[in-house]
Every structure is written in C-alpha cells, then in structure tokens.
Design a binder for this molecule. Structure first.
Ligand SMILES: *Cc1c(COP(=O)(O)O)cnc(C)c1O
Length: 371
C-alpha cells in the first residue's frame, strides 16, 4: 500500500459491535476479567495497553515500514526511553546539533549513568574516532535543527554495523512522507508526534518505531509500560485522526516551503537560506539519495545582526513568533534565544516552520516585514 492509504486505514478499524466507521475512544483504565481470571479481550490495565494506543502504534509502525511502534506522552519521553533501555555505563554518540531538549536530558539527567559524545556524526573520520568498546547507540537527526544539515543515514549505518552498534534516527523534521530511515538500515526511528503527526499544535506525543523485535525492543517496551509515560486515549485518538491527512499536509507544507525558500534566497536582505530543497544546499546529492521530499523546515540568516532579525519577526502579521513546528500555521522563531546561553546558533538566524496558508500571503507578509 502507498503511504496515503496506510495513513487512512493503518490505524482505524470498524467497530465490530456498533459498526462505527471511526474507532470509538476507550477511556476505561481497567478491563473486566473473565470468570477463569483471564483477559480474553487482550486488555487488562490501560498503562499496559489501550485500544486507541494500539491503533496509533499500528499505523505508526506501518508508516515507517517497521514491525512495531511504542507511543509516548512526548517526544522527549520517547527519547528518554531509548536512554533508559541502555545498561549503565553505555556510550552514546550523538550529533553536536542534536535537538537541545534531548541533549540537555543526556547532560543533566544521565550524567554519571551514561557516557556520551556530541560530534559531527556525518564526518566519517570523526565518527570512527569516537567509537569505543562500550558504544551502543549512534543517534542521528537529519535534517538537523536549526541548520538543516544532512547526515548520510546509510553511511552511518554501515559504520555502526561493523561494530554491532544500533542506529537511532530522530525523523521528526522529515516525517515518513519525506524520509524512511528504517528502509535505509536504521534500527529505530524516533518522533515527536507533537509536530507534523499531530499537525495542529494542540497535542503532545512521541513515538519509537523498530525495524525488528529484539531483546532491546522488549526493554524499551518495559520502559514504556513500567515507566508509564504513555499518551492518553484522547491524544491517541486525535493522533490517529490527524495522521489520516499527514501525507497531504506534508506535501502542501513542502510545496509552500519550496516557493518560500526561493523567495528568501532572492531577497536582498537575506544573507543565506538553509533548506534541503534548494539546489544551493551543500548536500544536495545526499538529499536526493535519501529523501523523497525535502521537508518544510528552513532557516535563514539576515544581513545585519540580532536586532535586524528581531525587527523582522516583530513586523510579521501572519507568521506567529513561537517555537515548535509542523502545525498548519506558519511559525517563526529567533532560535538562539530559545536554545539558551550555550547555543551555537547564529544570532541573525530565524527558523521557519512553513504552514499551509496560501503561499502568496506568506510571501507578502515576509515582504512587508523586510521592507
Ligand atoms: C520537538 C522535538 C523533540 C521533542 O519532542 P517533544 O514532543 O517536544 O517532547 C525531539 N526532536 C525534535 C527534532 C523535535 O523537533
């Protein structure tokens, strides 16, 4: 099946009793036992499993071409489940521009429990020189945030395989509509479903999807169900609902992004545009190899400095100044001030999540703000 069809039918099933076309929401936290003490429905207690979470996990697994998925209450909870599944003393290699929330998690919550190095994962020599006997995971995030750098997933996987190391790919920016890391050899995909999957900036969620059912995956499941950072039945329902339009939303986001990037690149006040869909992106060859679409996240730097960038942001009328991404509404943010004092992000950089408004209105808004 194609991704548009999976998105609609992968998680939904017609209720056998009422024949409702849309799966009902089961709010119950507990389920009645059989006379012999069994659980013939397959459900016992909602932290372990719930029909709406099952539906969500089913469609997520299919969208990424994996065998199983685990849904969490946020992207950070999903990332944390990976770290908690590792033996104490394990070493993780992560990108130097890893999503700051997960980087801070490692540095602040896992200090003394796990070892980690933040490096340029796409540089083969650097990567090889950081592999140690206790390295268990190489973390990949591509396109990266906020510089939209690309990591060659296949190349990282090949190096990891030589040392029996697992590769986890944070696929939040790309979504499976643009890139499917498991088909490129990654072992695990991570998502913040708060972003494009939810798509309307109104729910928090996260997910892990595995290529294989391994002992490691069982540990991750245990972290999910014993740790209990699970999404509510309502949130699972809303996600299954939003996912039905994910492929068409993402295609719309990408179409707008391509036109917006071209506009920005030709604007005299813009210094540089970072977007994988531009021929000027320095890693075009890898983009073409591993992405079917270039996504809809971009960053640009303005001539002048922080002052200029903030002035533009404050003059915009349609773009909302806010963090996060993947919703129908266009968002723009001064990334350096979101990331805090240890940021390496240029102070004249603005990050844009291109929404689904009409492109002419988005361009007109930027045009007046930069005039
Ligand atoms: C938002 C985000 C996360 C964290 O997800 P939450 O749902 O906010 O916890 C992780 N990685 C990337 C790339 C993100 O954009």
């Amino acid at each position: 099946m194609n991704i548009e069809t999976i998105a609609i039918h992968g998680g939904n099933h017609i209720d056998t009793k009422t024949k409702a076309v849309v799966q009902p929401i089961v709010m119950a936290t507990t389920f009645e036992r059989d006379a012999d003490g069994g659980f013939s429905s397959g459900y016992q207690y909602s932290r372990s499993a719930n029909p709406n979470r099952d539906a969500l996990e089913k469609v997520l697994a299919q969208l990424e071409q994996g065998v199983e998925a685990a849904a969490f209450s946020s992207g950070n909870a999903a990332g944390m489940a990976v770290f908690q599944s590792l033996e104490p003393g394990s070493h993780i290699i992560a990108p130097d521009d890893m999503y700051h929330g997960l980087r801070n998690q490692l540095k602040q919550l896992f200090a003394g429990i796990l070892e980690f190095d933040f490096i340029d994962v796409n540089n083969e020599e650097t990567l090889r020189s950081h592999i140690k006997a206790n390295t268990r995971v190489i973390w990949v995030e591509t396109p990266s945030n906020p510089l939209l750098k690309i990591t060659n997933i296949k190349k990282v996987v090949a190096i990891a395989r030589e040392h029996n190391i697992k590769v986890v790919c944070d696929n939040t920016f790309a979504t499976p509509v643009c890139q499917q890391p498991l088909t490129l050899g990654a072992d695990l995909v991570m998502h913040s479903t708060t972003k494009y999957f939810g798509g309307h900036s109104d729910l928090m969620g996260g997910a892990l999807i595995t290529a294989e059912k391994t002992d490691w995956w069982e540990k991750i499941r245990n972290v999910q169900t014993m740790g209990g950072a699970i999404p509510s039945p309502m949130d699972c329902y809303y996600l299954v609902r939003s996912i039905k339009t994910l492929p068409y939303r993402v295609k719309g986001h990408v179409n707008n992004a391509l036109l917006l990037a071209a506009f920005l690149e030709n604007h005299p006040r813009v210094e540089q545009v970072m977007y994988p869909g531009l021929t000027s992106h320095p890693q075009q060859r890898i983009v073409k190899e591993q992405m079917t679409l270039p996504g809809a996240m971009m960053s640009f730097t303005l001539k002048g400095g922080e002052e200029e960038a903030k002035k533009v942001i404050n003059s915009l009328k349609i773009f909302t100044q806010a963090t996060s991404l993947g919703g129908v509404e266009s968002l723009i943010e001064h990334r350096a001030s979101v990331e805090g004092p240890d940021t390496k992000t240029p102070f004249n950089l603005l990050r844009v999540s291109v929404g689904l408004e009409h492109i002419d209105d988005l361009i007109a808004d930027l045009e007046q703000a930069m005039a």
